[in-house]
Design a protein around this ligand. Structure first.
Ligand code: ACM
Length: 258
């Protein structure tokens, strides 16, 4: 198991301006040299919806989305994998409209996996459907990737299940408004012996129904919980670090503790 370049792009999406936010991401990643880049939660639509209708009007189906098509093209051109938040619209088998706060793993050839956020935070409960997918691992270049979304951090079982299923790296698109997550993710990494990449956004969303400020400070931690990269609270930041994936496979903490 070798070296891998993993990173995050922290930025300040503008609510409802999908095309502009997409251009921002495409521009930032245009020349990137990395194997896996993680983007924040809901980086194209923005976060603080006024109601389900507004969310529904901005959400897209994964298999019929100009946003996903553009990201696939980027992944193909850069030979890159992306983990991104995505407002996912679905018409289910009974013809009922559903909308999920999802994370997509996108590679050069296809959308490899979709995870739908299990633990909806605060007002999200008013407009998103809770996730109905399992916590699964996807293999990218021999490396085992797990995904969770933002508030999933508060439930240690999520990272533990991903680790028990073999995760080497937990990719964690986020729009954090509380201040505890970055510290907690060092613990999630240590207690599970995995790398973590938390890609947060920064800035304030001012809407007629209220405003939310996000905490930035995106980070990459190693399997001992040490930060290898941390962005500032208010900055656009593309950060890539090279990791030794074998460290996530070695559970020997001391000579006598495995
Ligand atoms: C959150 O789950 N976006 C706080």
């Amino acid at each position: 198991m070798g070296m891998l370049k993993i990173g995050f792009f922290q930025f300040n999406p503008e609510f409802g301006r999908i095309r502009n936010n997409l251009e921002m991401v495409l521009g930032a990643l245009d020349g990137v040299q990395a194997d896996i880049i993680v983007l924040p939660e809901l980086p194209f639509t923005g976060y603080f919806f006024k109601d389900r209708q507004e969310l529904f009007d901005l959400a897209e189906p994964v298999d019929d989305s100009p946003t996903v098509d553009a990201l696939l093209h980027l992944c193909r051109r850069r030979q890159l994998h992306l983990v991104t938040g995505f407002a996912e619209k679905v018409v289910d088998d009974e013809n009922v409209d559903r909308v999920f706060n999802s994370a997509l793993l996108i590679g050069p050839d296809n959308v490899v996996h979709t995870y739908r956020k299990l633990h909806l935070f605060n007002t999200e409960k008013g407009y998103f459907d809770p996730g109905d997918t399992l916590l699964e691992i996807s293999v990218v270049r021999g490396v085992r990737i797990g995904m969770m979304v933002c508030f999933d951090w508060a439930f240690p079982e999520v990272a533990r299940i991903l680790a028990l299923k073999g995760a080497d790296i937990i990719c964690h698109p986020s729009n954090l408004v509380l201040t505890h997550c970055q510290q907690a993710m060092c613990t999630r990494a240590l207690e599970n012996g995995v790398y973590t990449v938390t890609a947060n956004r920064y800035g304030t969303e001012m809407r007629a129904h209220g405003e939310l400020t996000f905490t930035g400070q995106s980070q990459i931690t190693d399997p001992l919980g040490k930060r290898h990269s941390k962005a500032k609270p208010h900055e656009r930041c593309l950060s890539v670090v090279e990791i030794d994936v074998s460290r996530a496979r070695n559970n020997q903490l001391t000579a006598k503790n495995n």
